[in-house]
Design a protein around this ligand. Structure first.
Ligand code: FAD
Length: 424
């Protein structure tokens, strides 16, 4: 099955709403200037913060659809991006970090996006001004925030000693190194965060990949693999992961709330059904609970752990002209790269419509796909379509595929499309 990464209504919108519409309204290449503030001499400046799946896609599509009538700047501290998608395959040696690393060369050369490799430290919402890590100030007309996630830990501890590997790159390498140093009889313990969290099948996928690696690649017969899930059951694909966990002999415990992590002894303490317990592991992989990235909290754009948005545009419901896409925003949609790519297109279209005084597209749809490797040769998949209804994105369709070698190959077609559509 070939998954298409561009199935959002953005495609439809693109047909109905062309660059000529935008130029006509803002007056570029036409005789009338409907919106003088956004005339050719003062092009609207759209700043995108974060160059992950959602931010990089949004910047690219803003320029594809808005052309030379707008200025787009991406602010991202890193000169390249390491994809969390497929990063569990680094753990079993099926992929390298460099194969999952993408730069922003196309954004600069093909789409004329300005790249600033800095962190945003402060947002002045009234003055529409950003302060960067080097002290530079950048003004914006529209601001898109796509900064991803932050972690909620029960106590401070050293992620280098107890890696999460939930933001890919150095963390993935640390966990891989620890797995490789295990000997038969050692114990691997990982935790699953309370929903909602980034990539619903991801933790279960990781447990399967690690179990397969330890048993079938390293040939261990005496090691234990223990999964402590904060949720009361598998959050997705219960039949698939339940069967795989059984076949690997994974010790799966539900309703486990992590209460303390000791990085010196690799011990996790947790509460389960009113009792307290603790386990010391040779390799401890705590995936902490999650919330929107720090920048969202610093700017007062959160309501609880996530940022509330209008799902027709992804504009913050708390502040005008600030849009929040990807894992940081609040909605019933999964926190995933594929759907972040779709949200980014809806957001780009909405911004261009706002600048052109065109009504927002009233019935956007998004779709999500997660392929889950469960060994070094088999993968399952889960796909969902969401549609806008009554102010929410509601689930319109869901489908899944059982683990197979064919799906393992299709996983690379799907991810290749997603990587290309985001970074090429
Ligand atoms: C193991 C694993 C497997 C996964 N598999 C899948 C899958 O099969 N399918 C799928 O769709 N998704 C999958 N995901 C989820 C997917 O990777 C995330 O949902 C996606 O990366 C979120 O994109 P984002 O743009 O919101 O955030 P990110 O990709 O995290 O990007 C955020 C960017 O913002 C930058 N940033 C943060 N703060 C600032 C600041 N103050 N100033 C400037 N820049 C800043 C960061 O440097 C970062 O580059 C998986 C995740 C994991 C961990």
């Amino acid at each position: 099955m070939k998954m298409n990464t561009t199935l959002t209504e953005g495609e439809v919108m693109k047909a109905a709403y062309t660059r000529r519409d935008f130029f006509k309204t803002v007056g570029v290449g036409s005789l009338s200037v409907a919106t003088p503030a956004f005339s050719a001499s003062t092009k609207p400046h759209i700043v995108v913060v974060g160059g992950g799946f959602s931010g990089a896609t949004c910047a690219k599509y803003l320029k594809l659809w808005g052309g030379s009538s707008i200025e787009v700047t991406v602010i991202e501290p890193n000169s390249s991006y390491v994809s969390p998608v497929l990063s569990n395959l680094v753990l079993n040696g099926q992929r390298t970090i460099s194969a999952l690393t993408f730069d922003y060369a196309s954004h600069a050369s093909n789409y004329q996006v300005t790249m600033l490799h800095q962190s945003v430290m402060h947002i002045d919402k009234t003055g529409k001004m950003l302060t960067l890590g080097n002290g530079q100030q950048v003004s914006y007309d529209k601001l898109v925030l796509a900064p991803g996630i932050d972690f909620v830990t029960p106590n401070p501890y050293d992620f280098d000693k107890v890696p999460h590997a939930w933001i890919a790159g150095e963390q993935t390498t640390i966990l891989k190194r620890k797995l490789d140093s295990m000997v038969d009889g050692d114990t691997f313990v990982m935790t699953v965060p309370a929903a909602p969290y980034r990539c619903p099948p991801g933790p279960y996928e990781r447990a399967c990949v690690v179990a397969d690696y330890l048993k079938n690649t390293k040939g261990f017969t005496n090691s234990s693999i223990i999964v402590l899930d904060a949720n009361s059951t598998f959050t997705v694909e219960a039949a698939t992961f339940g069967a795989k966990f059984n076949s690997y002999g994974i010790d799966y415990r539900t309703d486990c709330v992590v209460t303390h992590v000791d990085d010196a002894t690799s011990t996790v303490r947790f509460r389960q059904n009113g009792s307290t317990d603790s386990i010391s592991a040779t390799v401890l992989n705590v995936i902490p609970n999650q919330k929107a990235a720090k920048l969202i909290f610093d700017a007062g754009l959160n309501d609880g752990n996530w940022a509330p948005v209008n799902l027709l545009s992804y504009e913050s419901t708390l502040t005008r002209d600030i849009f929040i896409i990807g894992d940081s925003h609040a909605s019933g949609q999964p926190k995933a790269g594929h759907i972040g790519n779709g949200e980014a297109k809806i957001c780009a279209d909405a911004i261009l419509r706002q600048l052109s005084n065109i009504a927002l597209y009233p019935s956007p749809k998004t779709n999500s796909a997660c392929y889950s490797p469960v060994s070094s040769t088999e993968a399952s998949w889960l796909a969902a379509v969401f549609k806008y209804e009554g102010g929410q994105m509601v689930l319109a369709k869901v489908d899944s595929g059982a683990p197979s070698a064919r799906n393992y190959q299709n996983m690379f077609n799907w991810s290749g499309n997603l990587f290309d559509d985001t970074f090429s």
